[in-house]
Write a protein that binds this ligand. Structure first.
Ligand code: GLN
Length: 483
């Protein structure tokens, strides 16, 4: 079946004329039609538009042109701007908004011959860890539809895990790519801050936000990362020499690799089943010649509290633009201020309002030094602690999520418990480090993810090592029990 093939295989087949982009796109659209009423991964799929793109790609191939992703369908998280296609951030405040431009990553997908097959569900404005904060629908985990796919890029992860797309895009501010990748049993990669353009990503916490790829293998994920990456003058935080090269991916070896295991991420905060799966994976890697050493990284204990000051502070400022005038619908109130507060009061969901209030408070006169400034100092300490570990070790390894996929509704009433799930992923955003999650085993028949983090600009090395680890741990081949 075409939907079971990797992106690398699909592009090769389309390039050689074995299958057409239209056939590949149709196969994925059919699978979406069959499965997505149960999974709820997509917010928007436009069959005709997808087939129109595919027809254009087939013409390109016939004319002897074609990029790295010819004919490959890619699902895009709905906080990334797509020309002529709705971009709602899963929020009522952007219902019906259609951007007049493509995000740089979407333009790059199109240049590479990919088909933008649809827009995927997320927690409203990417604030959440379960996909339950979407204003429109819950997304269900392909391994067990009663469970959450994780968040906030839950739709993108569920789409790839269930073969409704071979590749997808997510955004990661505190773990939103890696966490759902772990819960859905696929690969999710957050590159070094600045190596993939954020132009056209609806900003949440601008100093932490990073767009990145999902795939079912490291090879596919690296291929998509290479297409998306590169300097972009439209993003002032884009790094000058930022192309991620995927050649040489298979040349890495595990022998002599030095891995740090932070004791703070191997303790009581981690569920026993997750720990067992990870420890088994670590034993396997040690047999391949990897040396794994426990290290003490005390700043990690402050990650969640620090993040939940900095991210809301930035969000409170970024979300000020949603005023009912420039984008989306307007709720009438009394005069301009009345319109403004009626629109924001009625159309933002609970979690978004909570964060805007927390962020505004943390930035206000009298509290700025006590909260925001202090959080920035702790952020600096965390980054420095990681940098010092990278002077002696190649990478830091931990679980990606402290637990496997949880039941939808199970943690909804306990927002602190949900936020604690970000424990392992937040440090990479604090320092802008490249970090990825790859499947490393199972607990209760649900996938467990391993999180690998490397030094700034160590993206290629990280992907190379992850490729070698993926070969040594043959978990990636197990697929969810779907028709
Ligand atoms: N779960 C975190 C939050 O709720 C991270 C979200 C993200 O990375 N976008 O903010």
């Amino acid at each position: 079946m075409l939907t079971q093939l990797s992106a690398t295989e699909l592009a090769a087949k389309v390039r050689s004329g074995d299958v057409s982009a239209v056939e590949v796109t149709e196969a994925h659209l059919d699978r979406i039609a069959k499965l997505d009423s149960e999974l709820g991964a997509y917010l928007h799929v436009d069959r005709e538009e997808a087939l129109r793109q595919a027809t254009a790609v087939d013409a390109m191939v016939k004319a002897g042109n074609g990029g790295f992703l010819v004919g490959v369908p890619v699902a895009v998280k709905d906080n990334i701007s797509t020309l002529g296609m709705p971009t709602t951030c899963a929020s009522r405040i952007l219902e019906g908004y259609v951007p007049p431009f493509d995000a740089t990553v979407v333009a790059k997908l199109k240049e590479a011959g990919a088909i933008v097959i649809g827009k995927t569900n997320l927690d409203e404005f990417a604030m959440g860890t379960s996909c339950e904060n979407s204003a429109f629908q819950d997304t269900h985990n392909p391994w067990d539809p009663d469970r959450s796919p994780g968040g906030s890029s839950g739709g993108s992860a569920a789409a790839v895990a269930s073969e409704m797309a071979p590749l997808s895009l997510g955004s990661d501010t505190g773990g939103s790519i890696r966490m759902p990748a772990a819960l859905c049993g696929i690969v999710g990669f957050k590159p070094t801050y600045g190596r993939i353009s954020r132009y056209g990503l609806v900003a949440f916490g601008s100093s932490l936000d990073q767009i990145g790829p999902f795939g079912r293998s490291i090879e596919d994920t690296a291929l998509l990362a290479s297409v998306l990456s590169g300097h972009d003058p439209l993003d002032s935080t884009s790094l000058p020499d930022s192309a991620i090269r995927s050649e040489g991916l298979k040349d890495g070896s595990l022998k002599g690799l030095k891995v740090a295991l932070p004791k703070q991420l191997f303790g009581a905060a981690i569920n026993a089943g997750v720990m067992d799966a990870l420890e088994m994976a670590i034993e396997n890697l040690e047999r391949e010649g990897v040396s794994c050493t426990q290290v003490d990284m005390p700043s990690i204990d402050y990650g969640v509290t620090t993040y939940y000051i900095i991210a809301p502070a930035e969000a409170s400022s970024n979300l000020a633009r949603f005023d009912g005038v420039r984008f989306g619908p307007q709720v009438q109130g009394d005069g301009h201020i009345g319109n403004f507060s009626a629109t924001r009061g009625k159309l933002f969901g609970h979690e978004v309002k909570l964060r805007v209030m927390v962020g505004t408070y943390a930035l206000s006169a009298g509290y700025y030094d006590a909260f925001y400034h202090r959080a920035q100092q702790v952020r600096g300490l965390m980054a420095a602690e990681f940098e010092s570990v990278f002077r002696s070790y190649d990478l830091v390894m931990s679980p990606t999520s402290p637990i496997v996929a949880f039941k939808l509704g199970e943690l909804k009433q306990d927002p602190m418990a949900l936020k604690m799930l970000d424990l392992c992923t937040i440090p990479a955003n604090m320092g802008g480090f490249p970090s990825l999650s790859l499947p490393c085993g199972f607990s209760q028949d649900l996938p467990v993810g391993m999180c690998l983090t490397g030094p700034v600009n160590g993206d290629e090395r990280l992907l190379q090592t992850a490729y070698a680890i993926e070969q040594a741990l043959p978990w990636g081949h197990r697929r969810p029990p779907l028709p």
